[in-house]
Design a protein around this ligand. Structure first.
Ligand SMILES: [Zn+2]
Length: 275
């Protein structure tokens, strides 16, 4: 979907080669999230106008979702700054994963958001047709290690079973005020007892407070305000509602979709274990 994509075989962050295999779910999570599924289902649904196409994605393969890897980053990034983010986020994130509360200072929230954005960047590479970020944006992320502008990250304690290892990414484009379609994506996933929802778009602006309030979420980024933790515990069905944010464009983005110009290509992608 993005116009300019990284050259094949080159790191999605720094652009160099060769590539190493990177876990979609960080490997240290194995201490906290058992890998119990024999297979990962990766379904890719592409909706364009009235056409609908459903295929199996590249992560449709044996093994638990948490053990899946993609060859998209170089070893230097993997073992360098990315590993640093993992090490720094671990103390707080590991508490949240097992359902303990954590005292989150602004710097901790920033780090959790950065981690969730990094997860989203890796995950979006699983389906090239649904990539919305640009190489420039990802390079800036590598340099600043902060969510780029246009990104929002929410979090909520989660009690359920369906989203163990499941993530749902929805990417698409819509016409707002320009002949060029505007890209957007959202990614929903849970890590143990904490759920994340990320949204990004270079042009769509979301009313993040309203979205948080409607869904009992805790805004992690860009809010640096004094937000009360914890939001109420979210269940399986609650998380399933989050990817529908684009269907309520008037409420969250402040515009009405025109009948003849609906969400131009509302694409979705799921990865979850076999039942
Ligand atoms: Zn790299």
């Amino acid at each position: 979907m993005a116009k300019k994509e990284q050259k094949k075989g080159h790191c999605i962050f720094c652009g160099s080669a060769p590539l190493s295999k990177e876990h979609i779910w960080a490997d240290w999570l194995r201490e906290y999230i058992p890998r119990t599924y024999a297979k990962t289902n990766h379904n890719v649904n592409i909706v364009s106008g009235s056409a609908f196409e459903s295929t199996k994605g590249k992560v449709n393969r044996p093994g638990d979702p948490h053990s899946q890897r993609l060859r998209v980053v170089c070893q230097q990034c993997n073992n360098g700054w990315m590993s640093e983010i993992q090490n720094r986020v671990k103390p707080n994130l590991s508490k949240l994963i097992i359902g303990e509360s954590a005292d989150l200072e602004p710097a901790d929230r920033e780090l959790l958001a950065t981690w969730a954005v990094m997860f989203t960047y890796i995950w979006e590479q699983a389906e090239p047709k649904l990539i919305t970020s640009t190489p420039e944006e990802r390079r800036a992320f590598m340099e600043t290690r902060l969510p780029p502008s246009g990104w929002t990250v929410w979090m909520a304690p989660y009690e359920g079973t369906l989203w163990k290892g499941r993530s749902w990414r929805r990417a698409g484009s819509t016409f707002v005020d320009s002949p060029e379609p505007t890209l957007h994506q959202s990614t929903t996933f849970a890590a143990g007892k904490i759920a994340f929802h990320t949204f990004s778009s270079p042009r769509l602006r979301i009313d993040s407070k309203l979205f948080a309030q409607d869904h009992s979420l805790y805004e992690v980024w860009p809010s640096a305000g004094n937000v009360l933790y914890l939001a109420s515990k979210r269940r399986d069905a609650d998380l399933a509602e989050l990817p529908n944010m684009f269907q309520r464009a008037q409420r969250y983005f402040g515009f009405t979709l025109l009948d003849d110009r609906p969400l131009h290509a509302l694409n979705s992608i799921t990865g979850f274990p076999a039942s």
